[in-house]
Design a protein around this ligand. Structure first.
Ligand SMILES: [Zn+2]
Length: 275
């Protein structure tokens, strides 16, 4: 029998989702980057998006210091300016319509990982089963507060765009948090790692799918790498044979311009709410 609490929760979720969709259609839209009235994403924010994106497309990023077990990770853009505004509004500002802006960025990073990570590329070219695309799990309290799991929504939209390139992918929300964790914002890199140590596990009903799987982890922002390292550890503990990752954005060490060769992937230790 399905517990009545779960039914109420799912009714509340679908009600919120339809209310949100109705509001998206009914309200005059403001740009998710600068707030100017009119379009979801205005022309000048579109230009600015190109400016903050890494020149030449998504690139491999690496936090400094790099936590043990952090998977090889590709990102589309530095976590700055309009890219940051769009991610914050998408996740916490009820602007799920911005997935149309963010999904192409995330799919760019995912395709880069699928092509440039040798073991993901081999899994796809040998046809040895689909790559499991695993969104980093949200905490139950974040899902209650937001009414949905925006990262999963974004992952599905981005994977749909990757699939057009012929990659065989399965969306696999296989991870969950197994204990309460503090908000990562405001913690330094050591505390972030301690906060997340052994915090994730493979959901029991996904165990068979993760065993032996090649996985592409997905998150919105890479900051210290602590979240991706813990998610990758949990997938490996669940039997995954290889884990790489893709994120929309990566934080950049202050003073090093986005895209400068020596600056690529040098990450701020403790500024954003990402991880
Ligand atoms: Zn704008």
């Amino acid at each position: 029998m399905i517990p009545i609490g779960a039914v109420r929760h799912s009714l509340r979720m679908s009600l919120r989702e339809s209310l949100r969709a109705t509001m998206e259609m009914a309200l005059p839209t403001a740009c998710g980057g600068c707030g100017s009235p009119g379009l979801t994403w205005c022309g000048s924010c579109r230009d600015e998006t190109v400016h903050v994106a890494y020149p030449g497309g998504s690139r491999q990023v690496r936090p400094t210091p790099c936590p043990a077990g952090c998977p090889p990770t590709w990102a589309a853009t530095s976590y700055d300016g309009v890219a940051r505004a769009a991610l914050v509004a998408f996740k916490d500002g009820d602007r799920r319509d911005l997935r149309t802006v963010l999904a192409p960025m995330l799919s760019g990073a995912m395709v880069a990982a699928l092509v440039l990570d040798p073991r993901l590329a081999a899994a796809l070219s040998l046809g040895s089963g689909p790559v499991a695309v695993v969104p980093v799990p949200s905490s139950p309290s974040a899902v209650r507060r937001r009414g949905d799991a925006p990262l999963e929504l974004l992952t599905r939209a981005a994977a749909g765009q990757c699939a057009r390139s012929g990659a065989e992918l399965t969306i696999s929300p296989a991870l969950r948090l197994r204990r309460r964790v503090a908000d990562q914002a405001g913690l330094n890199h050591r505390r972030r790692a301690a906060n997340l140590e052994q915090a994730m596990q493979v959901r029991p009903r996904w165990q068979a799918r993760v065993q032996g799987a090649t996985c592409l982890l997905v998150d919105d922002v890479m900051t210290t790498g602590a979240t991706l390292a813990e998610a990758a550890r949990a997938l490996r503990a669940g039997g995954a044979v290889h884990v790489a990752a893709a994120t929309v954005a990566a934080t950049q060490r202050r003073g090093i311009p986005a895209g400068s060769p020596q600056g690529s992937g040098d990450l701020l230790p403790d500024l954003s709410g990402g991880g």
